[in-house]
Design a protein around this ligand. Structure first.
Ligand code: UDX
Ligand code: UDX
Length: 466
């Protein structure tokens, strides 16, 4: 048994948005530990190993520098799942847990087939004592399933022993490296105190002890779901009021500032927008809804479901506003879409509100020119389920390229370059009357107005306001 030994080798199953950066930071902070990140996706692993550091599969500020420093020293990416599991003292499960698309719980419950597959691989290939850590966001009590799968292998082989911990990741995309380097808290759930201590020791390399919280397994699993649900709830709360502001002359920016100044409410996650996207919020709330329903807590599940309803309503509402303002029809009009990622500083498009808004406009017969500083045309094709060759939308390489000849600009992602646009030169490239739809409330409205733009800004009716 390896129980009394230090953790020398870590394996992480899943080289995605969570597994990649979180393991890179562990390797960076713990040079004495060998970190092996494995994945079934050969292409993804090849990108992680690409000598051109710009070719990494995900874009995160600060990540490339860490990879350049640690890769090949104590950080490795491979598809050698069997070998790396067998040699690891600690294994993180960081595979994706999408919402089920069919069967019981379809549309709400998480599909745990990848987590289960990882547990089976661990149970088969691990040797000696292995600490298994849930990194993926999982429904409460998943650790029980993992334990059962691992225990079934104990029966087959007496020299295998496992301890299961929950250590959810709270990093946000775009700020992942900073979040990992300076976390608000590290949460570790488990029963086996020795294993918990081994994981704490890893984090103590850079995280103060007072920021490391230990709980039982189920509290840890549920806290992660709830943290995301609470953050999403704040966004839906502020977004729900945007429509009210637009009809009453109140300005959501002023209202939000006034609310934020109460320290009990706090400043974060109250920026109005086209609705939250990303791989987590919707999936995790729906999962919470499913769990509540499962335990017969109907009132609780409908409470949380409303957070997702408001989010869906917000992007549909924006789509309708655009069509209505453009004289009720966008057919044969050209619209410049600025931003396709679900938020700034990432190339991730999962659940981006841009998808729904763009698809809706395309269905109405509109032509789109889409520009995002980090999202590729192939990625947009995939999300829109519409190849470029159909010529219904085109990919622009710059803001100016995207606005040429268009009737309207729709700002969907809050990239810095959309905050500092040169309205004079943009106005000269567009068709008149030209419109700006600022769904993030980030543009210099006065400047745009001075250069002849008609303006719709989220959470404000400029005519009613004055
Ligand atoms: C993470 C979390 O782990 C998930 O629970 C959370 O809710 C969303 O964020 P993420 O890292 O974003 O997932 O997912 P993704 O980028 O899709 O990466 C998962 C990786 O796991 C993929 O590269 C996939 O190929 C890999 N995988 C999946 C395996 O290596 N083995 C499997 O059996 C299944
Ligand atoms: C989120 C959580 O923040 C993180 O802790 C968890 O580990 C994973 O899920 P992420 O999805 O990467 O992170 O991004 P986040 O910054 O939370 O933004 C989510 C969505 O909410 C984005 O679409 C963003 O634009 C939107 N948002 C955020 C708002 O509309 N308004 C805000 O005030 C904040």
């Amino acid at each position: 048994m390896k129980l009394d030994r230090e953790i020398k080798k870590i394996c992480c199953i899943g080289a995605g948005y969570v597994g990649g950066p979180s393991m890179a930071v562990i390797a960076h902070k713990c040079p004495e530990i060998i970190v092996n990140v494995v994945d079934i996706n050969e292409e993804r692993i090849a990108s992680w190993n690409d000598p051109d550091i710009k070719a990494l599969p995900i874009y995160e500020p600060g990540l490339a520098e860490i990879i350049a420093e640690c890769r090949g020293k104590n950080l490795y990416f491979s598809t050698e799942i069997k070998k790396q599991i067998s040699q690891a003292d600690m294994i993180f499960i960081s595979v994706n847990t999408p919402t089920k698309t069919r069967g019981i719980g379809a549309g709400k419950a998480s599909d745990l087939k990848w987590v289960e597959a990882s547990a089976r691989q661990i149970s088969e290939y691990a040797s000696g004592f292995t600490i298994v850590v849930e990194k993926s966001t999982l429904p409460v009590r998943t650790a029980q399933t993992i334990k059962q799968i691992l225990q079934s292998s104990n029966k087959q082989s007496k020299n295998k022993k496992f301890s299961v911990l929950s250590n959810p990741e709270f990093l946000a995309e775009g700020t992942a490296i900073n979040d990992l380097n300076y976390p608000d808290r590290v949460l570790i759930g488990g029963e086996d105190q020795e294993s918990i201590k081994k994981l704490i020791d890893i984090y103590l390399h850079w995280v103060p002890r007072k920021k490391i919280i230990t709980t039982n397994l189920w509290s840890s699993e549920l806290s992660k779901l709830l943290s995301n649900a609470f953050l999403a709830q704040r966004i839906s709360s502020i977004n729900s009021v945007t429509a009210l502001c637009e009809t009453t002359g109140a300005d959501i920016k002023e209202v939000a500032e006034a609310i934020k100044s109460d320290h009990r409410i706090g400043k974060d996650f109250l920026d109005p927008g086209p609705g939250f996207g990303g791989s987590c919020f919707k999936k995790d709330i729906l999962n919470l809804v499913y769990i509540c329903d499962h335990y017969g807590l109907k009132q609780v599940s409908s409470y949380w479901e409303k957070v997702v309803d408001i989010n869906n309503w917000q992007s549909e509402r924006i789509l309708n506003v655009i069509i209505e303002k453009l004289f009720g029809t966008v057919s044969d009009k050209t619209i410049s879409i600025l931003g396709f990622a679900f938020k700034a500083n990432t190339n991730d498009t999962r659940e981006s509100p841009a998808i729904k808004i763009c698809r809706g406009l395309l269905e109405e017969g509109c032509k789109l020119k889409i520009y995002d500083p980090k999202v590729s045309s192939q990625q947009i094709e995939k999300e829109l389920c519409m190849p470029l060759t159909e010529k219904k939308w085109s990919f622009a390489n710059s803001i100016i390229d995207s606005v040429k000849g268009s009737d309207a600009i729709v700002v969907i992602t809050e990239w810095q370059e959309f905050k500092d646009m040169d309205w004079e030169s943009l106005s000269k490239k567009m068709r008149s009357p030209s419109w700006l739809f600022d769904t993030r409330s980030i543009c210099d409205i006065e400047e745009a107005k001075n250069h002849g733009f008609n303006i719709w800004r989220i959470g404000a009716d400029l005519n009613l306001m004055n």
